[in-house]
Structure formats: structure tokens, C-alpha cells
Design a protein around this ligand. Structure first.
Ligand SMILES: [Zn+2]
Length: 259
């Protein structure tokens, strides 16, 4: 299994990183992408990717960090050349936590899309109450590749993102009892566009709901997804792993030893 979206590069998980990686591998999560949000997390993600063969990194400035940190395109350009940096993310627009800085969020998002295209990397997109605004931007970049991570707005926009070639990241919410929207998304996304993720330390799947999430729990989301689509967990694992390496082309998981 591959956890395509985890924040093991942030404080709550970094403190116990050796055990977290061990538990992940023990639970068959053989690869994971440490997703950045700001300078510090980006840097930590790269350091982790150098220390552990099973860890890859994504770098970017999160929409919720744009007020606290200036976008440093030059630095991101440099870091993007690192052989373990496989994506630009997470980037996007969040109109749930803040609406008043929409203009700034949009500007930072667009600059990072252009960066991703310049270095030929996929993007990992964060969308909250903002799928329409995001679609209106990404549709202008037909060669952009990426994933709508932990996507939860089941509207006609799902099809539109899929038509643009985007992948859909399914996280622990799909295991929640009240997850109607995400359930519909998990049912209706073409099989060749599904990815699994934890978004750890957030959004732990049932039976760990409310606790600190970690990559080792990826299997709970994967098996729920398999059940929804009438497949075995093994089949769903094969499909989502293939999808992951098709999108994140710099991941070279055949050659990796695990620890
Ligand atoms: Zn995230």
C-alpha cells in the first residue's frame, strides 16, 4: 500500500517518526508521501525522504499558510529538483478557514501551478468550500496533472475534475458513518483515478476516529474502498498502487528497499 498524503513531517508525528515508519511497514504501507505545507514542513519532508527509502516528499505553500509565509518560488524550484520530491503540494484554496484573503490565496496557488508545470511535477490540491474556484483556475492549464486530495464535494465538479485528468484522493472520512458525500465520490470515481491517503495526523479512519492518525492506518480506508467497489482489498491495493506510480512519475518503487 502507499499512503499518498501524510504529514509525518510535522511536529506531532515527527517526534515518534522511527516507530511510525516501523508500524507503517509492519502494516504493509511500504511507501508514503510526506506532504509539505510551509518552509519548515517542506524541509522536514525532504530530510525524512533522505533518511528513509520508503518516504517521498511533496513541497508547497498551503492556502492556510499564505498569511504567515511568503511564497519563495526560487527555493521551491531548487527543492523540486531533489530526486525524492515527487509533487508540488499541498496547494490550493481554502474558503472554510479564511475568505478575506481569497485574492492572495489565488495568486499563490497560480504561481505554484506554474512552478509545477515548469518542473513537470503533479500537484496535490487542497480544496475546502472552494472546488468551483479551483476548477475555474485549473481548467486553464490542460497539461497540469494532479490529485484532489481528501476530496469531499460531490457535485457535478467531480466529473469535471476527472475529465481534466485529475485523480481523487480518498481518506479516512470514507469509513465514517455520516460520510455520504465521500461515499458517493468513492462509488463514482473511475477505478483508474482513485488514490488512498491518510492525511495523518488528521482524520483517522474508524476504529481510530478522533485519535491521532498515522500511515499504518491506510488499510482501513483501502478495505472500505474495496468493499464499496465490490473488489478484494488486494485488487484495490494493486489498482491504487498503479494509479499512484502513474501520477507520481518520480516515485520509483520497484527499486526501493523498504527500510
Ligand atoms: Zn494534508
Amino acid at each position: 500500500m502507499i499512503d499518498t498524503h501524510t504529514h509525518i513531517n510535522t511536529e506531532s508525528l515527527l517526534n515518534d517518526i522511527d516507530n511510525i515508519v516501523k508500524r507503517a511497514v509492519k502494516n504493509n504501507v511500504l511507501h508514503m508521501i510526506a506532504v509539505g505545507m510551509n518552509k519548515e514542513a517542506n524541509e522536514q519532508g525532504i530530510l525524512l525522504s533522505e533518511k528513509y527509502p520508503c518516504i517521498y516528499a511533496a513541497i508547497g505553500l498551503h492556502p492556510s499558510d499564505v498569511n504567515d509565509e511568503q511564497l519563495d518560488v526560487e527555493l521551491l524550484l531548487q527543492q523540486a529538483k531533489h530526486n525524492k520530491v515527487v509533487a508540488i503540494g499541498e496547494i490550493g484554496i481554502d474558503l472554510y478557514w479564511a475568505k478575506d484573503n481569497f485574492k492572495l490565496q489565488k495568486e499563490v496557488f497560480i504561481k505554484q501551478i506554474e512552478l509545477a508545470l515548469a518542473v513537470d511535477l503533479p500537484v496535490i490540491i487542497h480544496s475546502r468550500n472552494s472546488a468551483r474556484e479551483i476548477y475555474d483556475i485549473v481548467k486553464n492549464y490542460p497539461s497540469l496533472r494532479g490529485v484532489m486530495h481528501c476530496y469531499s464535494e460531490h457535485t457535478e465538479l467531480l466529473d469535471k475534475f476527472i475529465n481534466l485528468g485529475f485523480y481523487i484522493g480518498i481518506g479516512g472520512i470514507v469509513t465514517f458513518k455520516n460520510s455520504k458525500e465521500v461515499l458517493e465520490i468513492a462509488k463514482n470515481t473511475p477505478l483508474d483515478r482513485l488514490l488512498v491517503e491518510t492525511d495523518a495526523p488528521y482524520l483517522a479512519p474508524v476504529p481510530f476516529r478522533g485519535k491521532i492518525n498515522e500511515p499504518a492506518y491506510t488499510a482501513y480506508t483501502l478495505s472500505k474502498l474495496a468493499e464499496i467497489r465490490g473488489l478484494t482489498t488486494r485488487e484495490m491495493d494493486r489498482i491504487t498502487t498503479e494509479n499512484t506510480v502513474r501520477l507520481f512519475t518520480k516515485m520509483n518503487i520497484q527499486k526501493q528497499t523498504v527500510l
